[in-house]
Design a protein around this ligand. Sequence first.
Ligand code: MRU
Length: 351
Amino acid sequence: MTEFISKIRTIQWIDNYSRMVDQTLFPYEFKYVDIKTGQEMFDAIKNMIVRGAPAIGIAGAHGVVLFAQELIDLPHDEFIKKLIEKADYMATSRPTAVNLMWAVEKQKDVIKNSKSDVKGIIEELKQNAIKLENEDININKKIGDFGAEIVPKGATILTHCNAGALATVGYGTALGVVRSAFAKDNTIQVFADETRPRQQGARITTLELTMDGIPTTLITDGMCSYFMKKGMIDMVVVGADRIAANGDTANKIGTYTVAIAAKYHNIPFYIAAPLSTIDTSIKTGEEIPIEERSHDEVTHINGKSICAEGVNIINPGFDVTPHELITGIITEVGILKPDFKTSIANAAKMY
Ligand code: MRU
């Protein structure tokens, strides 16, 4: 097991393939898997071997390079046409996190603007993917620094799902804030929601934080309001999969419930996300596509059924927290405050 999760790279381009941590195995095993074809990358994203909005963005960028390598023998114009089709296909591997579409678009810009031959375009796509990878870590450190400034001394921070090093290339967004705050004040601590159905909070967040020596308490999803009422939570910081132009934010299912509970108890509720998670092409959260995932995720835990056979199941992977419940959005250019329509529009100009 890696000694400090904050030091790992969740996903990395190596020579002519992509290496990533297999997140389906947590917390039992820590294993890297090498992804060598475009279709393997599509499946790795869909099956959540790699997960978390910024990480799947980078995975999508790698996927476009992998498809490009497979098309190397085609004549230039046919290569471009086929590769754009493959890139569009890669962008459909998961629907909610806009970072995936954003990163694929960045690769499509390279394809469309390049004056090079096929080999040259492949090299430019590789370099662009590596650039996006490196930028991700720097962006997260900036988010961490801005966020650390608003964490009260000795605070208990509640988080939901995993918006950590393992949801990004490294360091994390919401957990980046935790890491930067802990570096300044080692009396802070975290309450981590379990995050059913896939338990990213229990399986991944607790692993990340305990490996880094940050005091962490695991609670089940229904417990947050109990601890808020007792005065045991000082602030909430979560990640995001897509933020609409008005600040409405999609994140892991259950986030909305936490936000309502935080509002009721007067506890600040922050989103931590890079600007690439903001989708100014949509006005409100109503337009965010919500992924519907396999029913087994609800009916089974560790391969064992936990319910009556034949019961009806619905399994949306994400929900949308309305902007009125959000205190601020911590980004790499600072903390965006309400009115979000204005602060998001201004931040988008810097991008
Ligand atoms: O389904 P997942 O595990 O990809 O969902 C992850 C989340 O909802 C995260 O909170 C979000 O992607 C932000 S990651 C920095």
